[in-house]
Structures are given as structure tokens and as C-alpha cells.
Design a protein around this ligand. Structure first.
Ligand SMILES: N[C@@H](CCC(=O)N[C@@H](CS)C(=O)NCC(=O)O)C(=O)O
Length: 215
């Protein structure tokens, strides 16, 4: 059985967006059985875990034969080889889904993540507040382009794929801001993806991993 490495030590503000949700959702969509191992904060730096994830981050998976894969985008792409729900088999569909997975992980996530870093983990409050408006502007430019790309579509590549797992998860990292709600197409997309039974099972299990009093 596949082993998913997750964690349950983050504060409540992060519950639901900690990146194991991406791997859980992909596994649920693919219908692949898996067991979850929770890694402690200290465990992330252990030699045992660093052999699985060189940067000591969440998520990682280890497959039945011992193959370890880290990075949420890579996990989705890899699981896509085992499930055409995640990755279309036709050349164009596969290429487009791959492009959107990479776009979510790079073009979107670096700027979305910077905003989250400023808001939740300020390093130098004055310096951070100076760069926040520009960071937010870049996020808005990305959201505007994404909104345009999703106009008239239910999902990024015509039908649901792993690209939507990656994109919705990245957009959800903006939930502490009103930014996504400014785009009706994006808001509807978020809700559509969240309606999926696989998402709901993944989120239920993700949240259930946290100690009761902190949910
Ligand atoms: N680019 C990586 C980011 C992984 C990452 O930063 N994971 C966070 C959880 S959301 C983590 O492991 N944080 C624990 C820590 O840094 O101590 C991915 O998408 O998998």
C-alpha cells in the first residue's frame, strides 16, 4: 500500500491548506489505497525522513515497491501515471494538465506563498509591509489571468484533472484575504472543486489528523 507522509502540528490558521491535502486529494481521486504516517516537527529533520524528502517537508509518498516521491506537484504528476482521472492519456490533454500543474506550483504559488509568508510569518514587519502592496498586485495579475483562462470552463483542461487539485490548493492559500472572491469565475471554480467527493474525503481525513482542541 502507498504510504502518505503528513503532519498535524501546524496552528489552526493553516489547517486545510497544509500541503498533504494535495496528495490526499490526488490519492482519493485516483482511488488508490494508502495509509497515513504523521511526521512530528522533529521527525521532519530526522535522517529517516530526509531519506524520503531531502528538504524535510510535507508531503511525500512512498509507493508499494519503496519508491519515494516528494513535492506535491511531482506527487500529483506521478500518481497521474497510475490514474487517468489525474492525467489525461491523450498527448494534448496530458501536456496541458502538466503545464497547469507546473503553472500552479511556480507562476502562482511563489507569489501566493510570499503573501502568506508576509501575513503569517513576518520577518521584518516594516520591510514586509513595504513589499506587501506590490506582492498583492502581482497576485491580482495572476488571478486575473487565471480568471480569464477559466472563463466558460468547469476545469482547467476541459474536464477535472490533477491540475485542478494543484490550482485549487494554491488558491486556497489566499483564503485569509478577499482576493479570490473578487473573481466570480474563480470563486465558482473553488466551490466546484470542493464539491467533489474525493476532495471532501481528503479534507475530512486531513482535518481529523489534528488534535481535537486545535480544530
Ligand atoms: N513545494 C513544496 C512545499 C512543501 C512545504 O513547504 N510543506 C510544508 C507544509 S505546507 C512543511 O512541510 N512545513 C513544515 C516545516 O517547514 O517545518 C510542496 O509543494 O510539496
Amino acid at each position: 500500500m502507498i504510504t502518505l507522509y503528513a503532519c498535524n502540528f501546524h496552528d489552526a490558521f493553516a489547517h486545510g491548506t497544509v500541503r498533504d491535502i494535495r496528495a490526499r486529494w490526488a490519492l482519493e481521486e485516483a482511488g488508490l489505497p494508502y495509509e497515513t504516517r504523521l511526521v512530528s516537527r522533529e521527525g521532519l529533520g530526522s535522517a529517516e525522513y530526509r531519506a524520503i524528502h531531502p528538504f524535510g517537508k510535507i508531503p511525500a509518498i512512498v509507493e508499494e515497491d519503496g519508491l519515494a516521491i516528494f513535492e506535491s506537484a511531482a506527487i500529483i504528476l506521478h500518481l497521474g501515471e497510475r490514474s487517468d482521472v489525474l492525467l489525461p492519456r491523450d498527448r494534448a490533454g496530458k501536456a496541458q494538465a502538466t503545464a497547469w500543474i507546473c503553472a500552479a506550483a511556480t507562476t502562482l504559488e511563489w507569489t501566493v506563498g510570499t503573501l502568506g509568508r508576509i501575513d503569517f510569518f513576518p520577518i521584518d514587519r516594516d520591510a514586509d509591509q513595504k513589499i506587501r502592496p506590490m506582492t498583492e498586485k502581482v497576485v491580482q495579475m495572476r488571478l486575473s489571468a487565471l480568471n480569464e483562462a477559466l472563463e466558460g470552463k468547469d476545469y482547467l483542461v476541459g474536464r477535472f484533472t490533477g491540475a485542478d487539485i494543484m490550482m485549487r490548493s494554491v488558491l486556497d492559500m489566499l483564503r485569509h484575504t478577499p482576493l479570490v472572491a473578487e473573481y466570480p469565475v474563480l470563486s465558482a471554480y473553488m466551490a466546484r472543486c470542493a464539491d467533489r467527493p474525493a476532495f471532501q474525503r481528503a479534507m475530512r481525513d486531513h482535518l481529523a489528523a489534528y488534535p481535537k482542541e486545535s480544530i
